[in-house]
Design a protein around this ligand. Structure first.
Ligand code: TYD
Ligand code: MG
Length: 454
């Protein structure tokens, strides 16, 4: 009989080390290597199975979807859970993953779908209590508190009509063929692999919840990212009530979509008009504030960018950025200094995207520049104006995608003016200025900074 093997696996990245070490050679994490015992692979009896070959032209019908009727979740999924697919939902502990999935599961169950919710973290009582708080206790959801994959396998094998299986969380599941503790990379990988295979062969959708560590890596579940069909992150900071569900991988839909929720006393409420929410606490006529007409996936979204300049205490000036890329800020500051003559070098600079959202688009450059120039001059930007445009190193303002959608959103929220990149004549379709919106086209950053007379 083959011996079971011991190996040393990094719990952060899944790399296998030849022996125990304090630091993982592959990802550089400290104290992440743990010993795992792997059961020997069963030896196959008989010949190798035949490989099924298909051509390219036999297009099958798209797999059926299970829309949850939570539109913000469905948008990120691309129209609902896909039968036979696996979704990984990552996020910090306590951010609301269980709440979101319980709400979605209850909705589906109420629509007559067979949904099994397995929690390895909470007892059945706790989940029932939560369900009452969310007012979904009447939904015919099947609930189990277990971390035993063999039991799940047996139950799923005996329920042929299952539509959706939710595993909360994958770190609490253990397969019986491995000796290592739940949550180790080996267990997460083996349990994830088996659940995904069950979903594919049986045609139900599976959702794996995974906790993320503070530094942003999905410890353990990271090894599942390439196995699943979609990876969604649930983010937001606990100080804010907003929660953003972000798709980072999706084989069945767009990856840059976001869903916006608000954590309330009675669970997560969908936010269908995020711009209004993000701008709700804005005070007009404050120097250092500018509204960015952004785009999250297919959805335009208005966000307030705030900049604050303080006189440095000598030494290296401080740069603190929340919700934006600090490298991008450094670039913008350099452009403002060398192309527009703005002297910001000695100031401490604080930049913040109000509402806790993170902007990844370069289109925010112009709004950030407006906030900085406004803060430097001590003059507010016009409170009913939005900004968007990418800034190049020579200070030129470049085109960005979907100008029309951004302008429409600004008009919808009652803005009266927009500063945007100058349109190039080259056959580019003209963005349609919605009624009542005054457009200022800018070719160079100096045209913006000139507004703030010093
Ligand atoms: P939870 O879904 O348990 O987070 P996760 O599964 O990601 O660890 O969310 C827990 C937090 O949400 C907890 O701090 C309380 C808060 N919460 C509400 O504010 N309202 C609610 O209705 C519920 C159910 C939770
Ligand atoms: Mg939870």
């Amino acid at each position: 009989m083959a011996k079971s093997q011991t190996r040393f696996v990094c719990q952060a990245c899944g790399a296998i080390a030849p022996r125990w070490a304090g630091k993982c050679e592959a990802c550089g994490a400290w104290n992440s290597i743990a010993e795992e015992t792997a059961a020997p692979a069963p030896t196959r009896r008989g010949g190798a199975p035949a490989l099924a070959i298909a051509g390219l032209d036999s297009i099958a019908a798209p797999p059926p979807r299970l829309p949850t009727t939570l539109t913000e979740l469905d948008r990120v999924l691309g129209g609902g859970f896909v039968a036979g697919s696996a979704v990984l939902v990552g996020g910090d502990p306590g951010i609301g993953k269980s709440t979101l999935l319980l709400q979605a599961a209850a909705r589906l169950a109420a629509c007559g779908r067979a949904v099994l919710y397995v929690s390895g973290e909470e007892s059945v009582d706790q989940i029932q209590l939560r369900a009452r708080r969310l007012a979904v206790q009447a939904a015919p959801l099947q609930l189990a508190a277990s971390g035993d994959l063999a039991a799940i396998r047996a139950h799923v094998g005996a329920s042929p009509s299952l539509d959706l299986l939710i595993i909360d969380s994958i770190q609490t599941m253990a397969v019986d063929t491995l000796e290592s503790a739940p949550g180790t990379v080996g267990q997460v990988r083996a349990a994830g692999f088996e659940l995904i295979r069950m979903a594919k062969t049986r045609g139900f959708a599976v959702v794996l919840v995974g906790h993320v560590t503070k530094d942003g890596a999905v410890a353990g579940p990271r090894v599942l990212e390439h196995m699943v069909d979609a990876v969604l992150y649930f983010e937001g900071d606990r100080g804010h009530q907003f929660r953003i569900l972000r798709g980072v991988k999706n084989r069945f839909g767009a990856t840059d979509e976001i869903g916006v929720f608000e954590m309330t006393e009675r669970g997560l409420a969908e936010v269908t008009n995020p711009s209004a929410l993000f701008l709700a606490e804005r005070r007009g006529h404050v120097a250092g504030s500018a509204v960015f007409a952004g785009l999250e996936g297919s959805r335009p979204m208005l966000l307030e960018v705030q900049a604050l300049l303080a006189n440095g205490q000598g030494g290296v000036p401080r740069r603190a950025v929340v919700g934006w890329d600090s490298g991008r800020l450094a670039m913008l500051l350099a452009v403002l200094e060398s192309r527009c003559g703005l002297r910001l070098g000695n100031h401490d600079i604080y930049l913040n995207v109000a509402g806790g959202l993170r902007i990844a688009e370069p289109a925010a450059d112009l709004a950030v520049a407006a906030a900085l120039a406004s803060a430097a001059a001590g003059q507010p930007t016009s409170p009913d104006e939005v900004f968007f445009g990418e800034i190049g190193l020579s200070g030129e303002i470049r085109q960005v995608a979907q100008a029309e959608a951004r302008l429409k959103e600004a008009a919808k929220l009652g803005f009266a003016a927009a500063s945007l990149p100058r349109r190039v004549a080259r056959g580019g379709a003209k963005p349609l200025a919605p009624e009542g919106l005054r457009l200022t086209e800018l070719g160079h950053l100096t045209e913006l900074t000139a507004r703030f007379g010093e």
